[in-house]
Design a protein around this ligand. Structure first.
Ligand code: G3P
Ligand code: MG
Length: 252
């Protein structure tokens, strides 16, 4: 059995505030192979790392990410809601993540470089420029080989492919989606190398089907050791988890 990669979902987000540099650094300390993060554009088109389309849940501010300038976003506290220890932790830009993780992205010696699963958070039919701006940052930092793009939007992955077809793409979907999306039929548009199903969708039949299609399977969000072992024995390529330490130990 090949050990799946362990990717920390929004960083080690069970313990540190999601999608912050603190959560990404902690993921590394806890032995993750990489991280998953969510990216969207703020008002002045800077790719920023945050999950929701508003800042309300995870910061001390209010408003839609797309209505806030980078200056306004930089003032927000994205850590205090989790615990007092993290008060003052900012919302990072995608570029700040690459800066902060530079020696994990490009390690010296034989250490393995980290994977960064950049989830393009958009449902737009017509783009706001997210794909172009995010891929510009990726190119500027020379981290193409560390990156796995993903999205629930086949259109967004299609646009990313038009900009740089060599970046790996994963198509996200889950069982709660409408039936016409649950079958991942729009994947032809994304032409992904990997599928990213929610973990309850995976069984031996699913894996056999994915193998026939020559698609890797990266799954989320798995914090339970038994579930992780079941998925590993079925042959998934990566497990995305809020608790990278727990899943790593479960797979030893
Ligand atoms: O990439 C896996 C997972 O992050 C997808 O869902 O809502 O947590 O971004 P969400
Ligand atoms: Mg995500």
């Amino acid at each position: 059995m090949t050990m799946p990669l362990v990717l920390a979902h929004r960083g080690a987000s069970a313990y540190a505030p999601e999608n912050t540099l603190a959560a990404f650094r902690l993921a590394r300390e806890l032995g993750a192979d990489g991280i998953e993060l969510d990216v969207q554009l703020c008002q002045d088109r800077v790719p920023v790392v945050i999950h929701d389309d508003t800042v309300d849940r995870t910061t001390d501010g209010k408003g839609r990410v797309s209505d806030l300038t980078i200056g306004e976003i930089a003032q927000l506290d994205a850590g205090g809601w989790k615990t007092e220890d993290y008060r003052g932790e900012p919302i990072p830009t995608l570029a700040q993540v690459f800066d902060a993780l530079s020696d994990w992205l490009h390690p010296v010696g034989r250490a393995r470089p980290c994977f960064i699963n950049v989830e393009l958070k958009t449902e737009r039919v017509f783009t706001d420029g997210l794909e172009r701006e995010a891929l510009n940052v990726i190119a500027r930092y020379g981290v193409q080989r560390n990156i796995l793009l993903s999205s629930f939007s086949a259109l967004s992955l299609y646009r990313a492919k038009q900009i740089n077809a060599r970046l790996a793409r994963g198509f996200l979907y889950d069982a709660s989606m409408p039936i016409y999306l649950r079958g991942a039929w729009t994947r032809w548009l994304a032409s992904p190398q990997a599928l990213h199903p929610e973990h309850s969708m995976i069984d031996a039949r699913y894996m056999e089907w994915a193998r026939r299609k020559k698609l890797q399977v990266n799954t989320w969000t798995v914090d339970d050791p038994d579930t992780a072992r079941r998925l590993a024995s079925l042959g998934v390529n990566a497990i995305i988890t809020n608790k990278p330490d727990v899943i790593r130990d479960a797979l030893k």
